[in-house]
Design a protein around this ligand. Structure first.
Ligand code: SF4
Length: 464
C-alpha cells in the first residue's frame, strides 16, 4: 500500500494546453494539502504530463518513465497524464508496471479520485474520449502573475491525416462564455494583464453549440470589455475558420493583439489534400490578403511540415515560395515523422531523412533571412511592449510587442507589469533591442528610468 503523498513533482511536456492542464492539476493537489517541489528526488508523488504529437518527445518520456521502474523513486506514486495517457491508456501498465495511474486529458478533474484509488492499492486508469466536465480553472496555480492561459475550447474535429489530436483529445467541446468571462474578470482583479485564449482550433469556438448563438469574434468582444486586461491573444487557428468577422475584431478591439497564427502546413495543393487540410493554397492566400487589407500591421505565424509522404522537390519548392511570399514573422518548421494512430502512419514514409533535413534547413535559412529583414525594417520605429521580467542581462527588462516579438531594453524592474513604448535601436537574432521613449513614474514625473551607470551605448551592435 502506498502512503498518502506530501510533496509532488510535476513535469510538463508539449503545448500550452498541457501547460494549462498542469496549472489546474497543481491547483487540485495544493488544495488537497500537497506541497510542490521542483526536486524530483524530494517528491512522493511524481506526475508526468505528456505529449504524443512529436515522436522524439514521446520516446524521451517513455525512456524517462522506464528508468523510474529501477530507481529508488519507484516507491513514490507515479502518474502519467496528457496525450500519451489518452493514446495508450491502460496498455501503459503492460510496459511500465510500476506506474500507479494513467489520467487522460479529458479526466483532469478526476485526479483526486484516482489518487484515492491508488491509496487503496489499485492501479487506476481514466481516459474518456470526450471532455465533459468544467475544470477548476480558477484554482489553477499560474506560473506567472501577469499572463494567463484561458481554455475556451477543447478537442478538434478537423482530422488532419498526420495529427493525433482528434484521437487523443477528442471532439471539439466549447466552454460556456459565462464561465470564460467570469474567469477572465477574476484574473483581471488579481492583476493579470494579458490572456491567451487556448484551443486546438479557437476559431471553431461555439460551432459545436449552435444554440448558444455565439462565435469566436463575439467572445473576443465580450472579453475586450473587461477592465484591466490590456492584451488578448489566441492560439491556435485553422485557416478555414478564420472569418472576416474575426479579422474585423482584431482591427477594432483595442486589447486584441495583431498577431495571427495562420498555419499553412504545405504550399502544394496535392499535399494539402493528402494532409486533409480542407483548403487550397489559393484560398489560403486569398484569406491572408484579406487579413492584411483589414489589419495592415498584422504579424503572421505558421507551422510547416516538409517531407510529407510522396512530397516531391517541386512540391517542397511551393512551400518555400509560400514562405518567401507571405514573410511570416514566426514559423514552427518540422520534418515529417509519422505518429501512431493517424491515417498517415499507414502510408510509406518515403522521403529520405537526409532529404527532409535538407528541405528543413533550406526553409529555416529562408525564414532567418525574412526575420532579419523584418528586424531591420523595425529599426527606428516605436513599439508597445508589455514588460514581463528582468532579462538574462539584469540591466535589461524583457517583454513582447503586440506582434509577439521579443524585445529587451535597459530599465528598472519597477516597470514589470506595465506597457511601455520602446524605440528600436538594434537587434540580436530574433530579439529587438531598444530604449524607453518615455514613461510616467508613479509620482507623475516623466523620464527614462535606468540604473546608474547603464546607457544606450551598452546596447549590442546590430546583428545581421
Ligand atoms: S487542425 Fe490542428 S489539432 Fe486539429 S487535426 Fe489538424 S493539426 Fe491536429
Amino acid at each position: 500500500m502506498k502512503e498518502s503523498p506530501k510533496k509532488f513533482f510535476l513535469r510538463t511536456y508539449g503545448c500550452q494546453m498541457n501547460e494549462l492542464d498542469s496549472e489546474v492539476m497543481a491547483g487540485i493537489l495544493q488544495k488537497r494539502g500537497l506541497e510542490r517541489t521542483e526536486e524530483e528526488s524530494e517528491a512522493d508523488l511524481l506526475l508526468y504530463n505528456t505529449c504524443w504529437v512529436r515522436e522524439l518527445a514521446a520516446r524521451k518520456v517513455m525512456g524517462k518513465l522506464g528508468k523510474l521502474g529501477t530507481s529508488p523513486k519507484k516507491n513514490a506514486i507515479i502518474g502519467v497524464t496528457g496525450c500519451m495517457a489518452n493514446a495508450k491508456g491502460g496498455k501503459l501498465f503492460e510496459k511500465l508496471p510500476h506506474l500507479d495511474f494513467v489520467l487522460g486529458t479529458n479526466n483532469i478533474q478526476d485526479l483526486n479520485a484516482v489518487l484515492d484509488e491508488v491509496l487503496l492499492g489499485k492501479q487506476a486508469v481514466r481516459v474518456d474520449p470526450l471532455f465533459k466536465e468544467e475544470l477548476d480553472y480558477e484554482g489553477a496555480q499560474r506560473e506567472n502573475g501577469l499572463k494567463a492561459y484561458v481554455s475556451i475550447i477543447r478537442g478538434c474535429d478537423k482530422f488532419c491525416t498526420y495529427c493525433c489530436v482528434p484521437y487523443t483529445r477528442g471532439k471539439e467541446v466549447s466552454r460556456p462564455a459565462a464561465s470564460i468571462v467570469s474567469e477572465v474578470k477574476k484574473l483581471a482583479e488579481q492583476g493579470f494583464k494579458e490572456i491567451c485564449l487556448l484551443g486546438q482550433n479557437v476559431n471553431s469556438y461555439g460551432k459545436d453549440q449552435p444554440e448558444w448563438n455565439i462565435r469566436f469574434h463575439d467572445l473576443l468582444c465580450l472579453l475586450d470589455q473587461i477592465p484591466g486586461i490590456e492584451r488578448i491573444r489566441f492560439m491556435t487557428s485553422h485557416p478555414v475558420d478564420i472569418t472576416r468577422e474575426l479579422m474585423e475584431a482584431i482591427r477594432d478591439l483595442p486589447s486584441v493583439c495583431e498577431f495571427v497564427h495562420f498555419p499553412l502546413q504545405a504550399g502544394s495543393n496535392r499535399i494539402l489534400k493528402k494532409m486533409h487540410r480542407i483548403y487550397t493554397k489559393e484560398q489560403y492566400f486569398e484569406k491572408v490578403a484579406l487579413l492584411r487589407e483589414i489589419v495592415p500591421d498584422v504579424h503572421l505565424g505558421t507551422d510547416m511540415i516538409v517531407g510529407f509522404p510522396t512530397e516531391t522537390e517541386e512540391e517542397f519548392l511551393e512551400t518555400y515560395e509560400a514562405m518567401e511570399e507571405i514573410e511570416y514573422s514566426t514559423a514552427f518548421l518540422f520534418a515529417y515523422s509519422p505518429r501512431s494512430g493517424t491515417p498517415a502512419k499507414r502510408w510509406v514514409d518515403d522521403v529520405k531523412e537526409e532529404v527532409k533535413e535538407d528541405r528543413l534547413h533550406r526553409l529555416l535559412r529562408l525564414h532567418n533571412r525574412i526575420v532579419t529583414k523584418q528586424r531591420n525594417q523595425a529599426l527606428g520605429s516605436s513599439v508597445e511592449v508589455l514588460v514581463d521580467k528582468v532579462a538574462k542581462d539584469p540591466l535589461y527588462l524583457r517583454g513582447r510587442t503586440r506582434g509577439w516579438v521579443q524585445c529587451i531594453f535597459p530599465g528598472d524592474p519597477s516597470l514589470i507589469g506595465t506597457l511601455q513604448t520602446i524605440k528600436i535601436e538594434s537587434f540580436s537574432h530574433q530579439t529587438l533591442i531598444g530604449t524607453l521613449q518615455s514613461c510616467e513614474f508613479k509620482s507623475g514625473a516623466k523620464g527614462i528610468p535606468m540604473f546608474a551607470g547603464s546607457s544606450t551605448s551598452a546596447l549590442p551592435k546590430i546583428c545581421l
